[in-house]
Design a binder for this molecule. Structure first.
Ligand code: GLU
Length: 509
């Protein structure tokens, strides 16, 4: 492949972009970058009834967040624009007309009412209506009406559509990179509408005209478009154009492996299936995003790359540059890829652990600011290094370490009941004095003094350390207790210990 390869991601702005769309964009991006080609964003908004305001901005923000910034597109420039189909409306009709002229398409005058009546009548007999070679000669179209009559109808300004005239009985062969050779029988396919009554092209017409005019060399898209591809390659043939190379991606399956992951599954399984949060018109149509749930976009991309592709080696952690290098379109898998949330969490954890401290500080800062705290960078660096290895998600820094900023609200009462001995209270008062006298208040010195106290009082680690932990943080889990104390500072530690003792006494009373 040379550097003239051109790939496009062509979403319809009908709402938030599902995670499957991001995977499609990713594979297009990777192939384009691998061969020094171009990655184009085309907005397919010909179906105005499904247009949702804000969706286009969402798509671009999501792609940029994921590091998949297009080279060409509405906002990105390029010489093949406009990149929004509604602005290209004037381009499409001529190609539908050309196919009518060459006998490969025809005018259809059937009204919506007529069509739905036929559909209903057939449904009553448990049959489905297909507008095709078997039925088209019983319908009202330019194949059944005389030429004069056709002209009259067209002149009258009556609404009409243009339909593709599928060959009666032919095998359409598609050599798909992922699926291999796929054969469709035209007998089983319908005469798709190319131009709608309102003069707008359908997806099928606009899609292939734009792929041709934008000089797209490879079409990588979801498996659901495979059946349409038969119509698409026929249109290329009828227009005398070369079809691009196709690769249809496997489905992304539910975590259970049964069935396609749908946008509603996020709510059902309690995890996001969208890159960014989306506020729809209704609660039902509003979703949390991976970004807002604290996922690192690099981890998400790494995870998505593996949903339908693998490098054939043991390596799992890939930067975008490494993905570009390793990506091989011939290694895309045929079978559905299961959305394994644990795997995604694992990736996220790996990325968090790898993130340099200064970068982590910048990511954690906004979370604390939102809670009303703005500690200095030196404090934050220590805080982040304490938790870095213990968290899977950015918000975990808050949930696990909130007690550095606020009073402890929840105490592990069960452990207190087990570990707090009323008769040891005086010994713990001594501990308070020990702690008070530690200067400087460093983890190393705290460790030395507290260990000495344990030995002097003939106590055990297990009898003392959990008490200290719970008094200052509410729980027995967390980073090294001495590091924790140092960062909390003497004042807070002393205050929490003495308040803790009172509380623990009450719990035992
Ligand atoms: N507009 C289509 C979609 O929303 C594009 C399909 C294609 O890539 O051809 O997925």
């Amino acid at each position: 492949m040379d550097n003239t390869i051109r790939l496009r991601f062509a979403p319809s702005p009908t709402g938030a972009l599902h995670i499957g769309g991001i995977r499609t964009a990713l594979y297009n991006y990777l192939l384009a970058k691998k061969y020094g080609g171009t990655f184009i964003l085309r907005i397919e908004d010909t179906d105005q009834t499904r247009y949702v305001p804000g969706a286009e901005e969402y798509i671009m923000e999501a792609l940029e967040w994921c590091g998949l910034t297009p080279t060409e597109g509405t906002k990105y420039g390029g010489e093949h624009g406009p990149y929004r189909q509604s602005e290209r409306k004037h381009l499409y009709k001529q190609y539908a007309d050309q196919m009518v002229a060459s006998g490969n398409a025809y005018y259809a005058f059937d009204t919506q009412e007529e069509l739905s009546e036929i559909r209903k009548a057939l449904e009553a007999q448990k049959e489905t209506f297909i507008y095709n070679a078997q039925t088209r000669d019983q319908m009202r179209n330019s194949l059944t009406v005389s030429e004069d009559e056709v002209q009259k109808i067209l002149d009258s300004g009556a609404a009409y559509t243009i339909r593709l005239k599928m060959p009666d009985d032919e095998d359409v062969i598609i050599d798909d990179i992922v699926r291999g050779r796929v054969v469709f029988k035209t007998k089983e396919l319908d005469d798709k509408v190319l131009l709608k009554a309102d003069g707008m092209p359908t997806y099928h017409l606009a899609n292939i005209v734009d792929d041709h005019l934008m000089e797209i060399t490879h079409v990588i898209r979801g498996e659901e478009w495979l059946p349409s591809t038969a119509h698409h390659v026929l249109m290329y043939r009828f227009l005398g154009w070369d079809a691009p190379t196709y690769a249809h991606l496997p489905l992304i399956l539910k975590p259970s492996g049964n069935g396609k992951l749908s946008k509603r599954d996020g709510r059902k399984f309690g995890f996001p299936v969208f890159p960014l949060s989306w506020k729809g018109a209704t609660e039902e149509d509003s979703f949390e995003g991976f970004r807002e749930a604290g996922y690192d976009s690099k981890a998400l991309i790494n995870f998505l790359a593996f949903l339908g592709w693998n490098p054939g080696t043991e390596q799992e952690i890939f930067s975008m540059d490494e993905l570009i290098e390793a990506f091989d379109i011939n290694r895309i898998t045929k079978s559905g890829a299961r959305f394994d949330l644990d795997k995604l969490k694992w990736f996220n954890q790996q990325y968090l652990h790898q993130t340099p401290l200064e970068e982590l500080v910048e990511k954690v800062k906004p979370i604390l600011v939102e809670k009303g705290y703005s500690p200095n960078d030196a404090f934050l660096e220590k805080f982040c290094s304490l938790y870095k290895e213990r968290v899977s998600f950015l918000p975990d820094f808050w949930t696990q370490g909130y007690y550095f900023f606020e009073e402890v609200t929840v105490f592990d009462e069960k452990t207190i009941r087990k570990k707090w001995k009323l008769e040891n209270r005086t010994k713990f008062e001594t501990l308070l004095e020990v702690v008070q006298n530690v200067v400087p208040f460093s983890a190393a010195l705290l460790e030395e003094k507290i260990k000495a106290f344990i030995a002097d009082e003939e106590l055990s680690f297990g009898a003392v350390l959990p008490i200290i932990r719970i008094a200052v943080s509410g729980t027995t889990k967390g980073p090294s207790v001495f590091d924790m104390l140092e960062l909390l500072g003497k004042e807070k530690v002393v205050e929490r210990l003495s308040r803790g003792y009172d509380l623990f006494d009450q719990l035992k009373a």
